[in-house]
Design a protein around this ligand. Structure first.
Ligand SMILES: [Ca+2]
Ligand SMILES: [Ca+2]
Ligand SMILES: [Ca+2]
Length: 262
């Protein structure tokens, strides 16, 4: 209506403008619906796109929130586990401290005992050394005779005993019946008495001669000729006579003088 009234009131010069306007108006009237429709569609599409973007953003946010929540849960579990491990390690460390203190005390006690024992050992060693020295230098007891570093006791003159009683007497003096291992020792022993018991017998096994220290008689010994003869199957103990200066087996119950050695 506005375009039409302008067209009617105008002059020739204006008519062209009007014509133009009319044409323009006519052209708009013919093609004007297209831009309007395009704008509408574009707007609608934009709204839809925006709406879709909004939905997408919300979905992403929701998804991320869920993922973050899951991650948070895992982190909490991990932290809780680490805290428990830390506490366990603290307990273990504290227990080790206690053990260390106890072991240290125990070690100190043991060290103290060791030191005391070492002192006691040294004192005993010194005592043993002194005893050995004094023993080495000690002369034979009073009433004993010395021969080549050994001590000999000869029974009192006129006193006689059986072989076993003679041996018991020697043992009571911290010695035993004499063991004769050399010709010199034999000659030394036979001087004192007509007949002397010595520490040789076959009491354990017949004709197996053994000294009182458990050692077998080595070699032929210093037997008289024809001895040992085990006369009447009753001779198991050995004597030496001053006259023969040799060994002879006789019955153990005979009573003779005796000689001890230590
Ligand atoms: Ca001897
Ligand atoms: Ca015999
Ligand atoms: Ca005999």
């Amino acid at each position: 209506m506005e375009f039409l009234s302008v067209t009617l009131g105008s002059k020739s010069g204006v008519v062209r403008e009007d014509s133009v306007n009319l044409m323009a108006s006519d052209n708009r009237s013919k093609s004007g619906w297209r831009p309007q429709m395009s704008v509408w569609w574009i707007g609608a599409a934009a709204v839809c796109v925006g709406f879709l973007l909004l939905i997408l953003i919300l979905a992403v946010v929701a998804h991320n929130s869920k993922a973050i929540g899951h991650q948070d849960s895992k982190c909490e579990n991990l932290i809780s586990s680490l805290i428990m491990d830390r506490d366990a390690l603290r307990d273990e460390r504290d227990q080790m401290k206690v053990n260390y203190v106890n072991l240290t005390k125990e070690m100190e006690v043991l060290q103290s005992q060791y030191n005391a024992m070492a002192v006691s050992r040294d004192a005993l060693q010194e005592e043993v050394n002194r005893f050995n020295v004094s023993k080495k230098d000690e002369p034979c007891p009073q009433g004993w005779k010395t021969f080549k570093g050994k001590c000999y006791y000869f029974s009192s003159s006129g006193l006689t005993k059986s072989w076993q009683s003679s041996r018991t007497d020697c043992q009571g003096r911290g010695a035993d019946l004499v063991i004769i291992t050399t010709k010199e020792e034999l000659e030394f022993v036979v001087r004192s008495f007509p007949i002397t018991w010595i520490g040789l017998s076959d009491l354990e096994t017949e004709n197996k001669w053994k000294w009182v220290d458990g050692i077998d008689l080595i070699g032929d010994g210093f037997w008289q000729e024809g001895e040992p003869n085990n006369n009447k199957d009753s001779e198991d103990c050995v004597e030496v006579s001053r006259a023969a200066k040799r060994f002879n087996d006789v019955a153990c119950g005979y009573r003779f003088s005796w000689a001890c050695e230590k």
